[in-house]
Design a protein around this ligand. Structure first.
Ligand code: G3I
Length: 338
């Protein structure tokens, strides 16, 4: 952990500047997922994001169930709002996600198409969505969480069922054809990074790259459990270096560090310190890896974090609290970037 900020000879002085300003000096994108309800309903949300980040990703607005809820019926209202917001604030956009086993509308989940029709439906979706934002989305999560929950093979999804394992490569091909300027990512997670699941993700990426698939990078989500020493920068660098050896970029794509909330509904100082340590390790891992220039978090304020709704008794996972006050982790990232 870096020395505390003060004027000593060998200590770093924290520059209290927005993360996007400090990150840009290191050619590092600092980003966050954007909740489209918050963007329209919470007046404090846009100013926070505009100040702190230069990359945004749609938390939900670009998922299949959002953009094509019925066959042939596309709804880009929320996605357009996000891309327009990004344009107003000089932000890059990550597209998330073209193919996933979740957020699949029933007309796809229940389909019984033959291979050819399934390929055409997948091609039309990707071509329509990626084509709409051609030149305005810097990175796409083409396939999200393809590795099976138990780490053995590919996760069941309608495309695997109706097309077969080559649905992954086809999705990348369709995305490349629709926007040759976009960087195309495989995106996945590991609840115990760097565990067995990470091995499977790296292996899949290596297979895709060696087969000449139109893949440019691998995103590791990093939804962290908040345990002390849960992960360190060395492990991040090791995995990112292996991804780089396959000729691929690496990105931190969904970082957050959830904390168990005490009786009063908030974490204690020790937990916040551990959270700051873990965010620091993640950022330092990305900074040290030669192929990582993207550090995206899954939410910037606890007020709109997905965690409380998903994990009862947990929350406080982001850099700013429910009242938009910076937490120790925000200051620590400023220190790392100073
Ligand atoms: O918009 C509807 C709303 O109209 C309805 O009243 C409400 C209750 O049914 O549901 C709302 O949709 C919810 C949506 O979030 C927006 O809040 C969906 O049910 C809910 O499933 C969805 O959860 C999202 C989840 O992905 C599934 O898509 C989370 O917000 C989002 O944070 C989470 O993000 C995922 C990444 O995409 C992939 N990596 C893991 C990460 C966390 O699970």
């Amino acid at each position: 952990m870096l020395a505390a900020a003060c004027g000593g000879d060998d200590e770093v002085v924290r520059r209290d500047e927005p993360l996007r300003v400090l990150g840009a000096e290191r050619d590092l994108r600092i980003g966050t997922a954007v909740d489209d309800v918050a963007l329209t309903d919470d007046p404090r949300y846009e100013p926070l994001l505009a100040r702190e980040v230069d990359m945004v990703v749609a938390e939900n607005a670009m998922k299949w169930s959002s953009v094509q809820p019925e066959r042939g019926v596309f709804d880009f209202e929320a996605a357009d709002r996000l891309v327009d917001f990004a344009g107003r604030h000089g932000m890059a956009v990550r597209g998330h996600t073209l193919l996933w086993h979740r957020s699949v509308p029933d007309w796809v989940a229940d389909a019984q198409w033959g291979r050819d029709e399934a390929v055409e439906v997948l091609r039309e979706h990707i071509t329509t969505v990626v084509g709409r934002y051609r030149g305005r989305v810097e990175q796409w999560d083409v396939v999200n969480e393809p590795i099976a929950r138990d780490g053995d093979g590919l996760e069941a999804n309608p495309w695997l069922r109706m097309i077969g394992p080559d649905h992954v490569a086809l999705a990348f091909e369709f995305a490349r054809d629709a926007d040759p300027t976009a960087e195309l990512y495989l995106n996945d997670f590991d609840g115990s990074f760097p565990g067995e699941r990470t091995e499977r993700v790296v292996e899949l990426a290596e297979q895709l790259a060696s087969a000449g698939t139109a893949i440019d990078g691998v995103g590791i989500q990093f939804h962290v459990l908040g345990r002390p020493d849960e992960l360190d920068a060395d492990a991040v660098v090791d995995v990112f270096d292996r991804i780089g050896a396959a000729g691929l970029d690496a990105a931190v794509t969904e970082a957050d560090v959830r904390l168990e909330l005490g009786a009063e509904g908030r974490p204690d100082d020790d937990q916040l310190h551990t959270q700051a340590d873990l965010y620091e390790e993640l950022l330092r891992g990305c900074l040290r890896a030669v192929n990582c220039d993207t550090f995206v978090m899954w939410g910037l304020t606890d007020r709109w974090s997905w965690v409380p709704g998903q994990f009862e008794g947990f929350g406080a996972a982001t850099l700013f609290d429910d009242d938009y006050r910076p937490k120790p982790a925000h200051e620590r990232l400023q220190l790392v970037l100073s």
